[in-house]
Design a binder for this molecule. Structure first.
Ligand SMILES: NC(=O)C1=CN([C@@H]2O[C@H](COP(=O)(O)OP(=O)(O)OC[C@H]3O[C@@H](n4cnc5c(N)ncnc54)[C@H](OP(=O)(O)O)[C@@H]3O)[C@@H](O)[C@H]2O)C=CC1
Ligand SMILES: CC[C@](O)(C(C)=O)C(=O)O
Ligand SMILES: [Mg+2]
Ligand SMILES: [Mg+2]
Length: 344
């Protein structure tokens, strides 16, 4: 089994004397900044003026421009959208990156795909929570945590690994378990997971199930409950006890249907296409296309986003969720926590 690091394995003393700049105050940024502060670390936030800037101030953090925060800190964590990092890094962070500082990421995209090339005399590492930023904050506040990965790309000071682990402990990841990886492995597996399973695979599966039922004449509200709402309840059981706990709770009829029909839906051809997706990630095709899409103001991204927002599963779901105050509470909490650039 791989070596896992937990709170008791980590000495965070080395990071306690330093100032950590969290650059960006979105999904991950607000969570890292507040968790680290609550864990007793010295945190400043670096952000342009606007919604995030105001929110970080309202949350009681010390807030500066990106340039000022990067100058003040010894550890600089970049939590801007991946596609914005290169420009902000070159203009405002690189000039402040003096020898011995740490440049940190939550995803290896820009370093692995050569968008950001750090100087040789700084530590470069990543600490990547394996979960959405709002859950990184919410689980921390409840005494739990989201597991994480760390990887050292460059160890100029000899302390990069210890600093990375201390950071992971500070955001609560070591309550759940932290695993060492490389920038290549983190980048490729994270992109694959979100495209093939967690986001792309799941939304496509849910929509296909919803559409199949509605096109067959069943009520859209029922189709929503069956294919989207209940998915969370089923996945909660997998999260708690794996496939077997979920299968223990469902009926034997459902379990038999799982065994015989599941492989008819997700068959060998799906795995073949998953391998194609992985190949495009590994050979840089996906990264190149995403960088080009951003360079041309996201024509495809914007068109798909609009069409997705108008899908019947979204309009039906919105009405049904309004009648479930317990879900609305969760949504309000995310809205309160999140301050996005309007692009997510
Ligand atoms: N989202 C997640 O849960 C996860 C993300 N990651 C990684 O974490 C990193 C951050 O992602 P995420 O949290 O989703 O990012 P977000 O999209 O939530 O970041 C938005 C933040 O970036 C700020 N911002 C955007 N453009 C600029 C700019 N040009 N100058 C200054 N600030 C800017 C926004 O400010 P404003 O309000 O002014 O627009 C806002 O504070 C990425 O590397 C991502 O891959 C890793 C694990 C999970
Ligand atoms: C699954 C999407 C993710 O990789 C994440 C929350 O871990 C992301 O990039 O947001
Ligand atoms: Mg990701
Ligand atoms: Mg991820």
């Amino acid at each position: 089994m791989a070596k896992m690091y937990y709170n008791g394995d980590i000495n965070e003393g080395l990071l306690k004397d330093k100032t950590i700049a969290i650059i960006g105050y979105g999904s991950q940024g607000h969570a890292h900044a507040q968790n680290l502060k609550d864990s007793g670390f010295n945190v400043v936030v670096g952000i342009r003026e606007g919604k995030s800037f105001d929110q970080a101030k309202e949350d009681g953090l010390e807030v500066y421009s990106v340039k000022e925060a990067a100058e003040k800190a010894e550890v600089i964590m970049i939590l801007l959208p991946d596609e914005r990092q290169k420009a902000v890094y070159e203009a405002e962070i690189a000039p402040a990156l003096t020898a011995g500082k740490s440049l940190v990421f939550a995803h290896g995209f820009n370093v692995h795909f050569d968008q950001i090339v750090p100087p040789a005399d700084v530590d470069v590492f990543l600490v990547a929570p394996k979960g959405p930023g709002h859950l990184v904050r919410r689980t921390y506040e409840s005494g739990a945590g989201v597991p994480g990965l760390f990887a050292v790309y460059q160890d100029a000071t000899g302390n990069a690994k210890e600093t990375a682990l201390a950071y992971a402990k500070g955001i609560g990841a070591a309550r759940a378990g932290v695993l060492e990886t490389t920038f290549k492995e983190e980048t490729e597996t994270d992109l694959f997971g979100e495209q093939a399973v967690l986001c792309g695979g799941t939304t496509a599966l849910v929509k296909a199930g919803f559409e199949t039922l509605v096109e067959a004449g069943y009520q859209p509200e029922l189709a929503y409950f069956e294919t989207l709402h209940e998915l969370k309840l089923i996945v909660d059981l997998m999260y708690e006890g794996g496939l077997s706990t979920m299968r223990y709770s469902i009926s034997d009829t459902a379990e038999w249907g799982d065994f015989v029909s599941g492989p008819r839906i997700i068959d060998a051809s799906v795995k073949d296409r998953m391998k194609e997706v992985l190949t495009d990630i590994q050979n840089g095709k996906f990264a190149k296309e995403w960088i080009e899409e951003n360079a041309t103001n996201r024509p495809k991204y914007n068109a798909i986003k609009k069409a997705e927002a108008e899908h019947q599963i979204e309009t039906v779901g919105e009405k049904l969720r309004e009648m479930m105050p317990f879900i609305n509470e969760g949504k309000k909490q995310v809205k309160k926590e999140v301050v996005t650039s309007g692009q997510n």
